[in-house]
Design a protein around this ligand. Structure first.
Ligand code: AMP
Length: 224
């Protein structure tokens, strides 16, 4: 399988090429066509499987294919459990979207909100956020989630482990019903299954375990 065959456009393919990836990982091969087709997705996938590009590449393509209004409402929201992961996802969005006319930003707690608010006011298509700060800014009426077309719940199991379930439910209640939802989780607890049943619409289910790698400097031989 090649990235070209997954249906990604040239702007995105050229950013992928620049990263030096030779072929899509398992999760990317399985998830990207489903997301591009507009389906909800339930993905069992851990860190290290390439899951971030698995949702970022098709998200960028879907957003860039539609015409943009001048005001640029937030159309895609990626929720992550920690600020580190949020920063990492935002980094991916910037890297893969470098050839596209899309704006994005990241918000998380523990830092001054003013610069975050200013960037959002100027218009962003994609917002990467941790649940607490997102609700905080929403409660202050500093951002609107009424135009969200695509929601990604990244590392959903960790978000629940960290006690974000009430926040997630609150956020989901603020989003339009007509949207595409992608849920990534390493494990499937009853709570995750419940969320899936409630908030995903006939999702495609994809699985990927981390690909095992070998250390190049170690010579390996097998004796029968
Ligand atoms: P993730 O699972 O999203 O945290 O990604 C793990 C690492 O794999 C990151 O360093 C990515 O840059 C890298 N990666 C993602 N997709 C590919 C690919 N198709 N080929 C090689 N490396 C990749």
């Amino acid at each position: 399988m090649s990235f070209e065959k997954l249906g990604l456009n040239q702007s995105i393919l050229s950013a992928v090429r620049k990263k030096g990836y030779e072929k899509p990982s398992t999760i990317q091969t399985k998830a990207i066509p489903q997301i591009l087709a507009g389906r909800d997705l339930l993905a069992s996938s851990q860190t290290g499987t390439g899951k971030t590009a698995g949702f970022t590449l098709p998200m960028l393509q879907l957003l860039s294919s539609r015409t943009l209004g001048k005001k640029r409402p937030i159309r895609a929201l990626v929720l992550t459990p920690t600020r580190e992961l949020a920063a990492q996802v935002f980094d991916n969005v910037k890297t893969y979207g470098e050839n596209l006319d899309l704006r994005s930003t990241v918000i998380f707690g523990g830092v001054n909100q003013s610069p975050q608010v200013k960037t959002i006011r100027n218009g962003v298509d994609i917002l990467v956020a941790t649940p607490g700060r997102l609700l905080d800014l929403h409660n202050q009426r500093l951002l609107s989630l009424s135009q969200i077309e695509l929601l990604v719940l990244d590392e959903a199991d960790r978000m629940l482990d960290m006690g974000f379930v009430r926040d997630i439910r609150k956020i989901l209640a603020l989003l339009p019903n007509k949207r595409q939802t992608l849920l990534f989780s390493a494990t499937f607890s009853d709570e995750i299954k419940k969320l899936t049943k409630e908030f995903l619409n006939n999702p495609a289910v994809v699985e990927a375990t981390p690909e095992s790698t070998t250390v190049e400097k170690i010579n390996q031989r097998a004796y029968q």
